[in-house]
Design a binder for this molecule. Structure first.
Ligand SMILES: NC(=O)C1=CN([C@@H]2O[C@H](COP(=O)(O)OP(=O)(O)OC[C@H]3O[C@@H](n4cnc5c(N)ncnc54)[C@H](OP(=O)(O)O)[C@@H]3O)[C@@H](O)[C@H]2O)[C@@H](O)CC1
Ligand SMILES: Nc1ncnc2c1ncn2[C@@H]1O[C@H](COP(=O)(O)OP(=O)(O)O)[C@@H](O)[C@H]1O
Ligand SMILES: [K+]
Length: 549
């Protein structure tokens, strides 16, 4: 499983490795710089040949130290290298200082904050083949200063100006650890309290980070800043060291969701044992709204059926029966007028999960359904629940119902629904990020899950899933898993159905949310551009075949 680290966790890992005598800080810096150069050559093999020109922007900390290593290695490779420094060499941390001194023995260091850059300087800057951003890494604690040359990179004027100097190929911008300006913990850009900052943050072409990706590489704007992420091994995975970190208080891990292929238990659950019958695979009950509004529930039902629930029933008001019957075949139908009717339905112990919210409505009938589903009407048995869309609106209005949430529930809010359910948490996320580590979507979702006492899946291209006990995963639709066409009406309804279907099949709420979100993105990628929500469930057979389910 890919663990995503916060900056504090990364520091703890580095400190533990150094304290154990396994490695020195200087050696780690050398490996980091070497890893960056190897990543550059792997990305652009043509740069291995001949001599090219690089501009390396170094900052005052160890990120700058990595930059000095890169400058030295490129120069040894035969490149022409110009180095700019932001900061006072006298105040550099020791390892960065050593690499600064090594570079000074080989070439010049210019002060990046000097105000005397000439037009010629800038022309040379633009015409470099490679610009390395080693200004700030995980130590960025406040908004990055607006430095003249860096600012040009930040504003993307760099590329816009190419016509001006008549150069065809844009310089390749490589960020060490992270594009400077981004907070490694949140993926947010640090800005002044009044929101001042560059108009358009710059994006590197390649970001090279060390040991493990950081949470911010996958959240919010992080992927847009990083563009392409390469993780370099710097030899920190020694067993002794892992032992020491297991008990570290900061080890409250955040992981990327993973393919069921990499998750033995998920694979076992997805595979159907021979000889079972439909009830072996669970019964999912999807509640629908009135006629004319049933499409969302039908999408969820189709999703639950395709993901492998043995039976799926849509429960709707009597007046919507004809409409639903005309549109559903394998999915069964049952009239459910109100909360009392749902109580009666749930007495059938074979219904493993209820999904409610898509197209449900927000009136008294629907509030009664939410109450019944939550067992808040005094029923014997509280079902497992997926609460989406209108059910979330009802929960945000009725504190008594919110208080009835329990550990077998999954809430699947998008940003607007999240803000209605957890206004104070959303507010914290909305204030400009001025200090690192900034409050992140991971922090917000963990806090929401702890408050709700159930799993919360906070949607987006960076979907975050958290359980009340602190477990947390990010389902990223970025980098090689980008699927922007997933942002289409109704796709969230299908996701609710996938999760309900998986819960019916015996997945825990957290695992169902993680695997459901993972499959959702895979289905979108399987179909490609042009996708509409109806296509998503139809892609599951191909995805399952590929996985060997
Ligand atoms: N951890 C590891 O395992 C490894 C880490 N490695 C590398 O080290 C990097 C982390 O280094 P780091 O901790 O020295 O922090 P870094 O990002 O260089 O910045 C700190 C400096 O910037 C300053 N500063 C901050 N914000 C500022 C602002 N807005 N405006 C102006 N100044 C600002 C801050 O000043 P201060 O806040 O102390 O006044 C301090 O001087 C990491 O990203 C990776 O590249 C690798 O070598 C391999 C192994
Ligand atoms: N840019 C994006 N890339 C990938 N997935 C996205 C993106 N934007 C939204 N999504 C996903 O699309 C789905 C949209 O759900 P939702 O907002 O509830 O819409 P609807 O109510 O129309 O179904 C969510 O699963 C969300 O994570
Ligand atoms: K950087």
């Amino acid at each position: 499983m890919t663990e995503l680290l916060t900056s504090a966790q990364m520091r703890a890992i580095e400190a533990a490795a150094i304290a154990s005598g396994q490695v020195t800080g200087l050696e780690l810096m050398e490996r980091a710089g070497r890893g960056v150069v190897e990543a550059i050559f792997a990305e652009w093999p043509e740069l291995r040949a001949g001599s090219f020109r690089a501009v390396v922007l170094c900052g005052p900390g160890n990120n700058g130290g990595d930059g000095f290593v890169v400058a030295r290695l490129l120069k040894e490779w035969g490149w022409e290298v110009e180095v700019f420094l932001y900061g006072d060499p006298e105040r550099m941390p020791p390892d960065a200082r050593v690499n600064y001194e090594r570079w000074v023995g080989m070439g010049e260091v210019r002060d990046i904050s000097a105000k005397d850059f000439s037009r010629d300087d800038f022309d040379r800057f633009w015409q470099a083949d490679l610009v390395v951003d080693a200004l700030f890494g995980i130590g960025l604690a406040r908004p990055a200063p607006l430095l003249e040359p860096h600012n040009y990179v930040l504003h993307r004027l760099f590329n816009d100006s190419l016509w001006w100097v008549g150069k065809q190929d844009p310089a390749k911008i490589v960020a060490i650890d992270q594009p400077s300006g981004m907070c490694a913990d949140s993926g947010r850009e640090l800005r002044d309290a009044n929101g001042e900052g560059p108009d358009e943050p710059y994006a590197a072409y390649l970001t090279v980070t060390f040991h493990r990706p950081k949470v911010g590489h996958f959240l919010e704007d992080g992927p847009r800043f990083c563009t392409k992420l390469k993780v370099v091994d710097i030899g920190l995975a020694g067993s002794k060291f892992e032992d020491c970190v297991t008990s570290h208080p900061l080890r409250n891990g955040t992981y990327l969701t993973r393919s069921p292929e990499a998750d033995f238990e998920a694979m076992q659950r997805l595979r159907r044992a021979e000889g079972g019958h439909k009830y072996t695979h669970g019964h999912a009950f999807i509640l629908s709204g009135p006629s004319g509004r049933g499409g969302a529930a039908r999408l969820a039902a189709r999703g639950a059926l395709r993901v492998g629930a043995g039976l799926v029933t849509v429960g709707c008001p009597a007046e919507a029966l004809v409409e639903n019957a005309a549109r559903l075949d394998a999915v069964m139908l049952r009239v459910v007028e109100d909360g009392a009717a749902l109580d009666a339905v749930l007495e059938d112990g074979r219904i493993g999960v209820v999904c409610l919210g898509p197209g449900l409505g927000t009136g008294a009938r629907e509030a009664g359904l939410v109450a019944a589903a939550l067992g808040a009407r005094g029923a014997e048995r509280a079902a497992s629940l997926v609460l989406d869309a209108d059910a979330l609106t009802i929960l945000s209005r009725e504190a008594g119902l919110f208080g009835a949430l329990h550990g077998r529930c999954v809430l699947t809010p998008h940003g607007g629904e999240f803000a209605r359910l957890f206004p104070d948490i959303a507010e914290k996320l909305a204030v400009p990020a001025t200090k690192g580590p900034a409050y992140s979507k991971v922090d917000a979702t963990r806090e929401a899950a702890a408050r709700a006492g159930c799993v919360v899946l906070f949607k987006g291209a960076d979907t975050v899933i958290a359980a009340p006990d602190g477990r947390c995963a990010v389902n990223s639709a970025h980098y090689e898993r980008a699927a922007p066409w997933l942002a289409t009406a109704g796709s969230g309804d299908v996701l609710a159905g996938f999760i309900a279907g998986l819960m019916a099949r015996g997945f825990s709420p957290f695992d169902a949310a993680c695997t459901g979100a993972w499959l959702h993105v895979e289905c979108a990628r399987e179909f490609g551009p042009g996708l509409i929500a109806e296509d998503l469930p139809e892609m599951l057979p191909a995805v399952f075949r590929r996985l060997g389910v």
